[in-house]
Design a binder for this molecule. Structure first.
Ligand SMILES: [Zn+2]
Ligand SMILES: [Zn+2]
Length: 219
């Protein structure tokens, strides 16, 4: 199976230029079997959604956008799962999160005020996965590897230098789980990288097991 772990839709991400249906079309055409929607989940997006889109509950809005993408995927035989690209208020770092329970995401106002250390403790307790996205892009700061399940060692966004080579060395040095994703925001980004596995992944639990076991290759 071909999987993209880092995809944005314009319904939530203001920097995204592809709607859920355009994303589903593009990934189907590129031969992907599964994508994870990782829209921006941070104070900036929540505030802008409130101001420009009249969103009262950002979690509900975020979740509805995921379900829309899931439906669009299902129409085309593409599995769509939910994830998050979180930014905490105290830095410009971005983090990819998979398997976070809805009850935790619903408390997003408190969540955005957390430190990576505190969030990491919750992720460990609840059994969901916390990775730093593109950790060596300009403006990013190193997160203590002890707080992370892993890092993104291959980010496909062509408008940033993510220094993927350095990220790969970093993951190796600190024995961290390594993932890849297109960070798709617009048509030319779709399906430039991701992971591939022999397993059949259908549910979030399948995905979490796959990522924990590391039973995949970077595309
Ligand atoms: Zn973005
Ligand atoms: Zn992203």
């Amino acid at each position: 199976m071909k999987i993209d772990l880092h995809v944005h839709t314009s319904e939530v991400s203001f920097c995204g230029h592809m709607s859920a249906s355009e994303i589903a079309d593009a990934y189907k055409e590129k031969g992907y079997d599964l994508i994870v929607i990782t829209n921006h989940f941070n104070t900036y997006t929540a505030n802008r959604s409130a101001n420009e889109r009249g969103v009262l509950d950002f979690f509900r809005y975020y979740n509805d956008a995921y379900h829309l993408a899931k439906e669009e995927g299902e129409k085309r035989g593409l599995t769509v799962l939910n994830g998050y690209e979180i930014r905490f208020d105290n830095s410009d770092n971005d983090y990819l999160v998979y398997g976070m329970p809805d009850e935790i995401a619903a408390g997003y106002k408190e969540l955005f005020k957390m430190s990576p250390k505190d969030f990491s403790a919750i992720a460990n307790e609840e059994g969901f996965l916390f990775y730093q996205a593109h950790p060596f892009r300009n403006g990013m700061r190193i997160t203590n590897p002890a707080y992370l399940f892993g890092i993104e060692i291959k980010n496909g966004n062509p408008r940033h230098d993510s220094r993927n080579d350095i990220a790969a060395i970093w993951a190796e040095k600190f024995n961290m789980h390594a993932i890849a994703g297109s960070d798709c925001h617009q048509p030319e980004d779709a399906g430039v990288t991701g992971i591939t596995t022999e397993r059949q992944i259908k549910t979030e639990q399948d995905l979490l097991s796959l990522l924990r076991d590391g039973d995949y290759r970077i595309l």
